[in-house]
Design a protein around this ligand. Structure first.
Ligand SMILES: [Ca+2]
Length: 64
């Protein structure tokens, strides 16, 4: 994982809703992990449900 928040694909402005969607797509297997390496907190090459939930939580924290 490339530092920063879980799910913050571009390292800017926290985890946006678009990034949450990307993380969900990776979890579902619809997009490769390379699309958002920041989604893989454990560094095992996959996005599990806990990492997806963490990305969602990080998104909620930046939303007023
Ligand atoms: Ca971001």
């Amino acid at each position: 994982m490339v530092g920063g928040l879980i799910g913050d694909c571009n390292g800017i402005d926290g985890v946006t809703i678009d990034e949450v969607q990307t993380v969900i797509n990776i979890f579902l297997g619809d997009e490769p992990l390379a699309t958002c390496p920041a989604a893989d907190a454990s560094g095992d090459g996959t996005v599990d449900i806990t990492e997806m939930q963490n990305a969602m939580n990080n998104h909620l924290q930046i939303t007023p």
